[in-house]
Write a protein that binds this ligand. Structure first.
Ligand SMILES: [Zn+2]
Length: 361
């Protein structure tokens, strides 16, 4: 975007240029257990409008695809954007995702395998779609715009309905051979521990996820019938949520505090292993549970990493809270933006609409 002419002592006066982040909108979508959230962003990943749609537990891949398409059209309508002007759609989801083929290989919470999500959405919407694992997107968001900007080697761990991590190595996302790197939630913490959705026992996720916390709270209520957790759930154990447990802990309830401390200690054990393996400069802790619990969760994580990892490494590992409350969506937008700003940017695949610099001029 031209800003006018600048000063020059010799020759022609220069034309001053500024990056016009409003040039083209981007659509960012996160598929999570029980809900879809979506946003329209500009080319600097600012969220311009945002929507949420709740999902039933039983929805099939076909039903979820329909919901994603409806969400896209609803976002376009709210932002008054024509689909032909959209730079691209970034979509993030849990589990193993292959961003090269655009296949949702194993989405952990959802009941399908190998759904070619990118191609289905591109065929239906006529816009280029980029998909990736949600924790990878959160790591990209923190690296581009959040707490990770100053670090080349970092781990961004997300704690909430699941536990995931995105690994940034040498400034770039490390995906691994089959794009499955960072599944810290399925690191074994206790060989005899509870059954996990992945089929193994004692995975970190099976011990600290929202569902695990609720299960542990219900178990402990037998010995702590006076806990505030039960009062906040109006005396109904089936109404207990992670939000209630954290609220009770913040209000001083000892049982709730012990549960969160235990979760932090377990996450810290998993992260200690990562510190010794990867020696990151920083660990950024995000996700809904971490955002809500704050220092109640961060403190036991820090203490455990300090206690368990090599002291010479953990001393030099910063453990920080994530900065971006909408990191998932910012990261989803970055999937599109990194393709646009990276090389090669001129692409035509199968005659599909592609991100093309020339189209902006
Ligand atoms: Zn598992």
């Amino acid at each position: 975007m031209e800003l006018g002419s600048g000063e020059s002592r010799v020759g022609r006066r220069p034309i001053l240029l500024k990056f016009n982040e409003k040039a083209r909108p981007v659509i960012a979508i996160k598929l999570a257990p029980g809900r879809i959230v979506g946003a329209v962003t500009d080319m600097d990943a600012h969220l311009l409008c945002q929507q949420e749609r709740l999902l039933a537990d039983s929805e099939t891949a076909d039903e979820i695809v329909e919901a994603l398409i409806q969400m896209t059209h609803a976002l376009l309508a709210e932002a008054k954007v024509d689909i032909d002007d959209v730079l691209g759609i970034g979509m993030v989801l849990p589990g193993i995702v292959d961003p090269k083929t655009g296949v949702s290989v194993w989405p952990s919470f959802f009941n399908w395998i190998n759904v070619p999500m990118k191609h289905i959405l591109e065929d239906r919407l006529g816009v280029q779609v980029f998909i990736d694992n949600d924790a990878n997107a959160a790591a990209l968001a923190e690296k581009w715009y959040g707490a990770g900007r100053d670090y080349a080697d970092l781990v961004c761990v997300t704690v909430g309905a699941g536990v995931g991590a995105g690994l940034i190595v040498g400034g770039r996302l490390y995906r691994g051979g089959a794009s499955g790197a960072g599944e810290i939630g399925h690191m074994t913490i206790d060989e005899e521990g509870p059954q996990c959705i992945c089929g193994n026992r004692g995975c970190l996720e099976a011990m600290v996820s929202d569902k695990a916390l609720v299960r542990q709270a219900v178990e402990r209520l037998a010995e702590n019938p006076g806990s505030m957790v039960l009062q906040l759930a109006e005396g109904d154990k089936s109404k207990i949520t992670r939000e209630i447990i954290v609220e009770a802990a913040k209000a001083g309830d000892e049982m709730a505090q012990a549960l969160i401390w235990q979760a932090g200690t377990r996450i810290g054990t998993g992260l200690s292993n990562l510190v010794n393996i990867l020696n990151p400069e920083a660990i950024i802790v995000g996700g809904e549970a971490a955002a809500q619990a704050g220092d109640l969760l961060l403190e036991p994580i820090k203490r455990t990493v300090k206690k368990r990892a090599f002291a010479v490494l953990s001393e030099k590992t910063e453990i920080l809270r994530a900065k971006l409350p909408d990191g998932w969506l910012v990261g989803a937008a970055i999937l599109v933006l990194q393709e646009f700003f990276g090389l090669p940017i001129y692409r035509e695949e199968d005659g599909r609409k592609s991100i093309n610099l020339a189209s902006l001029v």
